[in-house]
Design a protein around this ligand. Structure first.
Ligand code: ADP
Length: 458
């Protein structure tokens, strides 16, 4: 059943129930007030007769006590003493016979209704006589008989009219919702998440529904965009990885062919194969590192002296191919700085920064500098190389992102993503500043580790 129909039925049922209640009340209040009026008259007449007894027990004087529609009778149990008109006889209700003033509703031989009051008169503490006063209630019965069908028809007509009215009203009230539902359906069918439900109405419940729905679409669109980007990145990764792996493999196979043909071990070809195999292992290792990071496998950290580690990496970096002056500005105080870290990953991150600096600095200088900053220590790799364009700068930490693939020197685009992950792993951060043509500065900030002193614990 539609919401519109349910609302219409509910509303008209409520209105009809209210009208039915009103009809019943009207019917019974009319009946009650008429009967109360009649009862009061009957009672007053009966008492006047009883008080005047036996002086007024004559027909003319009884007549003078009430109008012609009122019948008065004074009776003993089994005979009539006197009566105002030739009515015949009234029944004597059992309760009245037992001595209680009693009102009853009776019918005469013709079936005409009347209201009867029977008032006992006591003689020697025994009810011996009864004054009975009656009035016909034909008029009331007729009025009520006419009223019954009138009220029934009026209620039925009202139910139909309110039903129709409620149907129209519910339709009007639900129109914006229907529109929203249609728009939502159209969006669902088109599968176009950039569409929105148009709404210009007030900020009522429907307005809030549209707002929520559109907000949900915003989130879906963003989520879908991110998912699509992730899928794209994965596709790019597969393409890049295959490409990266294919090149060294081709070189190695070429060299093996050459060695086969030559029949001797040419040291140059062997060195070539070795370096290409090393490149392949490096790439595979980087991919593995990222996969492990994605799977949430975090290596355990331990307190480390940062100075010796940085110096060792710098010594290793000297062996990397470069064409620049390599400067180290490492204060002695660095040797006393401890960090909670993973030595191998820290070495790897620093080497990535140094390797990049060498790769992207054709001439000039590359400087490694260390210093305190806030609660931490900052390691900077500063080069005077080609720099990074402002539009590329925010993206260089993305996986597989290479600002200029043609000039990236065979890099996979994973290096900075790994270094940035390492910074996060240590509770630090990796940031970059750069100017095209002037050089770049990569800053790795790490929090200093301060072990709780034994005296502080005791
Ligand atoms: P890649 O393996 O390509 O070097 P990275 O993630 O290490 O991957 O670096 C991403 C990109 O950022 C590089 O392709 C390069 O364009 C740019 N980049 C990184 N370091 C530097 C730098 N020191 N100078 C200029 N460009 C850099």
């Amino acid at each position: 059943m539609s919401l519109r129909l349910r609302l219409a039925l509910l509303y008209s049922a409520q209105m009809t129930a209210a009208l039915l209640l009103f009809s019943f009340l009207l019917y019974y209040v009319m009946h009650w007030s008429y009967i109360s009026e009649v009862d009061a008259t009957l009672k007053s007449v009966a008492w006047r007769v009883a008080e005047g007894a036996p002086l007024t027990w004559s027909i003319p004087s009884l007549r003078s006590l009430a109008d012609r529609s009122t019948f008065i009778m004074v009776r003993a149990e089994d005979y009539i003493v006197t009566q105002s008109s030739d009515f015949g006889s009234f029944p004597l209700p059992a309760r009245a016979a037992a001595g209680e003033p009693t009102f009853t509703t009776e019918r005469d031989v013709n079936g005409e209704p009347y209201r009867l009051f029977s008032l006992p008169i006591y003689v020697n503490d025994q009810p011996r006589f009864w004054v009975q006063v009656a009035q016909p209630t034909r008029l009331l019965e007729r009025v009520l008989a006419n009223l019954r069908p009138l009220l029934s028809v009026a209620t039925a007509a009202f139910a139909v009219v309110t039903g129709a009215f409620s149907w129209l009203l519910a339709g009007r009230a639900l129109k914006p919702i229907t529109k929203v539902a249609q728009a939502a359906e159209a969006i669902g069918e088109s599968a176009d998440l950039s569409l929105r439900v148009p709404y210009k109405g007030p900020g009522d419940e429907v307005g809030s529904l549209v707002h929520t729905f559109n907000g949900m679409l915003d989130q879906l669109q963003e989520l879908y965009g991110r998912l699509a980007a992730a899928v794209d990145a994965q596709k790019r990764f597969v393409a890049d990885a295959s490409h990266e792996l294919r090149t060294p493999l081709t070189i190695i196979r070429g060299n093996i062919d050459y060695l086969e043909r030559a029949g001797s071990l040419d040291p140059e070809a062997l060195a070539d194969m070795k370096s290409e195999a090393a490149r392949m292992s490096q790439l595979l290792e980087e991919m593995l590192a990222m996969a492990r990071a994605d799977a949430g496998q975090e290596p355990e950290l331990e307190p480390l002296a940062l100075g010796p580690l940085v110096r060792e990496v710098c010594d290793r970096a000297k062996a990397l191919p470069h064409n620049v002056e390599f400067r180290r500005e490492l204060p002695e105080a660095l040797d006393r700085v401890m960090v909670l870290g993973h030595a191998e990953w820290l070495r790897r991150a620093l080497l990535i920064l140094l390797d990049n600096a060498f790769k992207y600095t054709p001439s000039g200088t590359v400087t490694v500098r260390a210093g305190r900053q806030g609660d931490g220590v900052v390691l900077q790799v500063i080069d005077t190389g080609r720099g990074i364009a402002p539009e590329d700068l925010p993206r260089v930490f993305d996986r597989f992102y290479r600002a200029d693939p043609a000039r990236s020197g065979g890099g996979s685009g994973l290096g900075l993503a790994i270094a940035s992950w390492v910074a996060g792993l240590h509770g630090g951060r990796l940031t970059a500043e750069s100017k095209v043509g002037e050089g770049s500065t990569f800053s790795l900030w790490l929090p200093i580790y301060r072990p709780a002193s034994p005296s502080a614990n005791s």
